[in-house]
Design a protein around this ligand. Structure first.
Ligand SMILES: C[S@@+](CC[C@H](N)C(=O)[O-])C[C@H]1O[C@@H](n2cnc3c(N)ncnc32)[C@H](O)[C@@H]1O
Length: 383
């Protein structure tokens, strides 16, 4: 099967690496996606194990069109009963960038009608549309004259891991948190600290990596489980193999936040992920915090400043820079923010920069090497 794993901007490379590790063939990066090939077992494994994918699609058909009628005709000619029965509900999502269609919503409606007409012709009945919880989610992608129709095997996006019971004001997307961890090269051989942990996303994703817990372990279900060709025994085998690799974390993970409420929320989510024994969570102001490990990794996702006065947010970023310099010597620090202005107040020279998106917000992820003692190579504004 030709498969597509969708991801967030900037995570294509880490997702491609993850797919290669999983045993995928013909892995090729695309825009916010990775193309690959594999069988049903790999499809189930990708859904159950991938940390850096938002969804996994099975390409059903690719063709070129010149007119809107081509989409109706070719859409109706596909063998839809390969994936669904007339009693299954379905929905169509569409991403369209083509001069053939002026209204981007229109091609989705055309395909929806084509599917319904296909079944009406065959059975005399039309399948029902269910936009919120469909049995079959069809993905239509049109780029100029090239149409690609796929079936979404995840349906509920894969960042919905199933461990988040509660959330704080601005939680990181779970896929973004996992992607940052993979980009950083942290491999659970040294301690990890998140001093502004909010609802605990980074510590939990780190804990799942350290314990080899599959990303989908706590999900209630995946879209492919409702497909007519769903092979339950094969899925059980995939889960058994992946779950068999779960082990205790070899390192300690620390999370803290200045707010009691955030810490309470993080604890609830950590417990749901079965990680209470490996993650220490405490209330603390970052400026009071000392490094837990002389060569550990520290991940910071500070407030971006939307709800705070500009002077206060500048002060916070200056404090982050100064605390890293004085209290985290020997550590490798990673910071993600969309606030480019306040970022200057950190006043440390980054060793790496990556552009990522947190929802619609363009963010910079920076790496700071905090050298020991007098080696102040990373300090920009020494006095
Ligand atoms: C953007 S949120 C972090 C979200 C988190 N990554 C998550 O996924 O839920 C920023 C967090 O920084 C915390 N914070 C702000 N100032 C702090 C300080 N001085 N020390 C520790 N935490 C602080 C806030 O309470 C907030 O929970």
């Amino acid at each position: 099967m030709k498969l597509v794993a969708k991801t967030l901007y900037g995570l294509e490379k880490v997702l491609a690496d993850e797919l290669t590790d999983l045993g995928a063939d013909f892995v090729k990066g695309a825009n916010r996606a990775v193309l690959f090939e594999g069988d049903n077992k790999l499809l189930y494994k990708a859904n159950y194990c991938l940390r850096n994918a938002l969804s996994v699609l099975v390409t059903f058909s690719e063709f070129r069109i010149r007119t809107r009628d081509d989409l109706i005709r070719k859409g109706m000619a596909l063998e839809w009963d390969h994936f669904m029965n007339v009693d299954d509900t379905f929905a169509v999502t569409a991403v369209v960038n083509s001069p053939i269609f002026t209204h981007t919503g229109y091609p989705g409606l055309i395909l929806k009608d084509a599917i319904a007409d296909y079944f009406r012709k065959k059975t005399g009945r039309r399948p029902s549309v269910n936009a919120t919880d469909p049995d079959i989610l069809v993905n239509l992608h049109i780029s100029n004259d090239l149409v690609s129709i796929s079936i979404d095997s995840s349906v509920v996006p894969l960042f919905k891991r199933g461990y988040r019971q509660e959330q704080t004001v601005a939680p990181l997307n779970e896929v973004l948190a996992a992607g940052i961890l993979r980009l950083s090269g942290w491999n659970a051989s040294v301690a990890l600290t998140d001093p502004m942990c909010g609802s605990g996303t980074i510590p939990i994703e780190a804990g799942m990596i350290a314990c080899n817990i599959p990303a989908g372990k706590f999900r209630a279900s995946f879209g492919f489980q409702r497909w007519k060709d769903f092979d339950e025994n094969l899925f059980e085998e995939v889960k058994k193999e992946a779950d068999g690799l779960i082990k205790p974390s070899p390192v300690k993970i620390f999370g803290s936040d200045i707010l009691n409420d955030a810490v309470r929320t993080a604890r609830i989510n950590i417990a749901k992920a079965g990680l209470s024994g490996f993650i220490d969570i405490n209330v603390a102001d970052f400026k009071e915090l000392k490094s837990h490990d002389s060569n550990g990794f520290i991940f910071i996702n500070p407030p971006y400043g939307q709800r705070i006065q500009p002077e206060e947010i500048d002060e916070l970023y200056a404090m982050i820079g100064s605390s890293l310099k004085h209290n985290f010597q020997g550590s490798t620090a990673w910071l993600i923010t969309s606030n480019k202005e306040s970022l200057k107040k950190v006043a440390l020279k980054p060793a790496e920069k990556h552009i990522l998106f947190n929802g619609a917000l363009e963010c910079t992820l920076l790496k700071y090497e905090m050298y020991h003692g007098s080696k102040k190579i990373n300090a920009v504004n020494q006095v």
